[in-house]
Design a protein around this ligand. Sequence first.
Ligand code: SAM
Ligand code: SF4
Length: 358
Amino acid sequence: MNKEDFSDEELLRLLSAEGEERNMLYKKGARIKADYVGRKVYYRGLVEFSNICGKNCNYCGIRRDNKNIRRYTLTDKEILDAVRFAYENKYASVVLQSGEVESKGFTSRIEKLLREIKHISNNELGVTLSLGEQTRDVYRRWFDAGAHRYLLRIETSDPELFKKIHPGDSRHDFRRRLECLQSIKDIGYQTGTGIMVGLPFQKPEDIAGDILFMRDFDIDMIGLGPYIEHRDTPMFRYRKLLLPPEERFHLTLKTIALLRIIMKDINIAAATAMQAIDPLGREKALMAGANVIMPNITPGKYRDSYKLYENKPCTDEEAEDCNSCLEARIHMAGDEIGYGEWGDSKHYIKRQYNEKQG
Ligand code: SAM
Ligand code: SF4
C-alpha cells in the first residue's frame, strides 16, 4: 500500500482487501488526495438534457430499444436556466450529458449552446461534455466553442468484455471508443474516462487492467461507479451473476483509492451511482480519494426519465434541494467546497506544461 505504483498482482491483492486492511486503503487514498489536490471538493452542475440515444448498450436504461420510457429533450431555455442556476450558486462548472446522437443538427445545437453558456456567464463557467462518440471534427468544433473537458468512459478496457456488454454491431466498437478518447486528448480537452465496477462477467483481473489502462493512457479525470442493473435492459438476465450491492460498492471504493494512490493529481468524481447503493455513497467516495461531485441540476420533472439504472437517487428533487443537502454532506465528510473555482485537473495542467516544453 505504501508503494507509488503497483503491478497487476499487487493490484489484485489490494482489490481483495477486507476489514481493517480495506479501511487502511481508503485512508491512504484520502491522505494522498489531501497532499496532492487538497481537501476541496469541486462542483460540476450536471444537466441531463436528453435521454434520446442512438445506441443500444446492453446495460443502460435509456438505450434506444427501451420502449418503456418517455423520451425528452430540454429546450434551450430550460438548459440555459439550469446553467444560470449553477452560475448564480457559484458552481463554476457545468456538465452537459445526454444519450448519444450523431447529426449535423445536434452538433450545431451544442455549439450554439456552448457559446451562449460562455456569454451568459461572462466566460466564467467551465463546461464539460459527456455526449459519447463523435468524429474528431465534431470534438474540435465543440472545443473551439468553449468546452474544455470531455468525459467518455471506456466502460471496460478489455475488448472481450466490451463485446459482451454491447450489441455486436459497428456502432458499438471498442476500437472506435479508443480512437474517440485519443481524439479528445489530442484536441486538448481535459480528458476523462472511467468504468463500471461489478459488471457481470467482470473479473478482478479486468479491474486491475482498467486501472493500468487509465494510468498508461495518462488521463486527467475519472468518473467511475458501480454497475447497477435495470430491468428493461438485456443485461438484467445476468443479475444472478452480480456481486451483492455492498460488495460492488466497496470494490468501487477500492478502485477509487487505488487510482488516487497511483495517479495522485487527477480529478476523480464521486458518481451518483454510489448513492444508489449507499445513501452516504458519494461522501464515502470523497473519503477514499474522490474530489469532484456532480450535483444534478436537471429540472425535477425530467429526472425520472433519465434512469440509467434502478434506484437512481434524487429523482424527485429540484436543484435547490440538492444544493443544501449536499453542502451538509460534504462538510460531514470533512471536506470544503471550492465555490466559484474551476478546480481544473492538476494533472492536466502539468501535462500541458510538459507537452509545451517538448
Ligand atoms: N451517452 C453518453 C455515453 O455513453 O458516454 C453519456 C451518457 S451515459 C448514460 C453515461 C454513463 O452512464 C455511461 O458511460 C455508463 O458508464 C453509465 N451507465 C449506463 N448504464 C449504467 C448502469 N446500468 N449502471 C451504472 N452506470 C451506467
Ligand atoms: Fe446511450 Fe450512453 Fe446509455 Fe449507451 S450508455 S445507451 S450511449 S446513453
